[in-house]
Design a protein around this ligand. Structure first.
Ligand code: SAM
Length: 233
C-alpha cells in the first residue's frame, strides 16, 4: 500500500482527494491518504508559520520549525520516505516521474504558500539516509500554493498503481506512454464514440471497418501527426 501524507495550511483545499477513483482506491486499501494542518505544529496564539525573508524583499517565507515538526510527526527513521516539496523552481513533473512515484512506499507532500518554504527544510531531510527529497514543479507558472500541484501529482501517480483503474488496459495506449520512432513518446490519437454522425461530422471510416490492423495503423499515424503538430507550436 502506498502511504501519502500532505502538509498544508489549507487542509480543506485537499478534500477532492477523497473523491472518484482515488476515493475508491482508499476504500480498497491500495492507497492511504492523510492530510495534516501545518498550523497544528505551532505554539503561539496566532499559529504563525511565516516570517520576513533574510536579505529583505517582498513577501513572507514559511519558517522551518513547523515543517520539521510536521514531517517528523508522520515519518520514522526505519522507513523510506520520498519528500516532495512543491515549488515552481523544481524539476518539471512528467509521466516518467509519476511512474517512479507510483512504485514508492511513502510520499510526503509539502504544500508551500507565501514565497515558499525556508530552504533548510529540504537541505535537512536530504541529509537523512532514509529520505529522498524531490523539489517538483508542475509547470512554468506560479500558483498561489502547492495544494493543487500536489493533487495533480497524486492523481497522475496513483492511477498507475495496479487496481486503481477499473480497466488497466486504459494505461497501455495513453498520451506520453505510446512509443513513436526513435523512442520518442507520442500523444494519443483522437477518440470517437456513438453516434457515427454528429451535427454532420462523420467518424473516420476506418474506425467502423472492424479491420484491427488498419485501425492500429491509422491511430499510430494520427498520434504522430498530433505530436508533430504540438512540437511545431
Ligand atoms: N516565490 C516562489 C518563486 O518565485 O519560486 C513562488 C511561491 S508560490 C506564490 C507559493 C507556493 O505555491 C510555492 O511554495 C509552491 O508550494 C506552490 N507553487 C507555485 N507554483 C507552483 C508550481 N508551478 N509547481 C508546484 N508548486 C507551485
Amino acid at each position: 500500500m502506498l502511504q501519502i501524507d500532505l502538509i498544508s495550511i489549507f487542509p480543506d483545499y485537499l478534500t477532492p482527494l477523497k473523491l472518484s477513483l482515488l476515493g475508491k482506491a482508499q476504500d480498497k486499501g491500495i492507497v492511504s491518504i492523510d492530510i495534516h494542518d501545518l498550523r497544528e505544529q505551532t505554539n503561539d496564539v496566532h499559529h504563525s508559520v511565516d516570517d520576513t525573508p533574510y536579505g529583505g524583499g517582498a513577501g513572507m517565507v514559511m519558517t522551518a520549525a513547523p515543517w520539521g515538526d510536521a514531517i517528523d510527526a508522520i515519518t520514522n527513521d526505519q522507513e523510506l520516505v520520498d519528500l516532495i516539496i512543491l515549488t515552481p523552481a523544481g524539476k518539471k513533473f512528467d509521466q516518467q516521474m509519476a511512474a517512479d512515484f507510483s512504485k514508492k512506499y511513502h510520499l510526503v507532500f509539502a504544500c508551500g504558500r507565501y514565497e515558499g518554504i525556508d530552504a533548510r527544510v529540504g537541505e535537512f531531510y536530504s541529509s537523512k539516509s532514509n529520505f529522498k527529497v524531490h523539489e517538483v514543479s508542475i509547470g512554468d507558472y506560479v500558483l498561489g500554493g502547492g495544494e493543487v500541484a500536489a493533487m495533480v501529482i497524486i492523481e497522475a501517480t496513483t492511477r498507475l498503481i495496479p487496481g486503481v483503474l477499473g480497466n488497466p488496459d486504459s494505461l497501455t495506449e495513453e498520451s506520453h506512454s505510446i512509443s513513436g520512432n526513435n523512442d520518442s513518446l507520442l500523444v494519443e490519437y483522437p477518440n470517437y464514440t456513438k453516434p457515427s454522425n454528429w451535427r454532420g461530422l462523420e467518424v473516420p471510416e476506418v474506425l467502423l471497418s472492424g479491420n484491427h490492423g488498419e485501425i492500429a495503423k491509422w491511430r499510430k499515424a494520427q498520434a504522430e501527426r498530433r505530436t508533430q503538430q504540438l512540437n511545431k507550436e
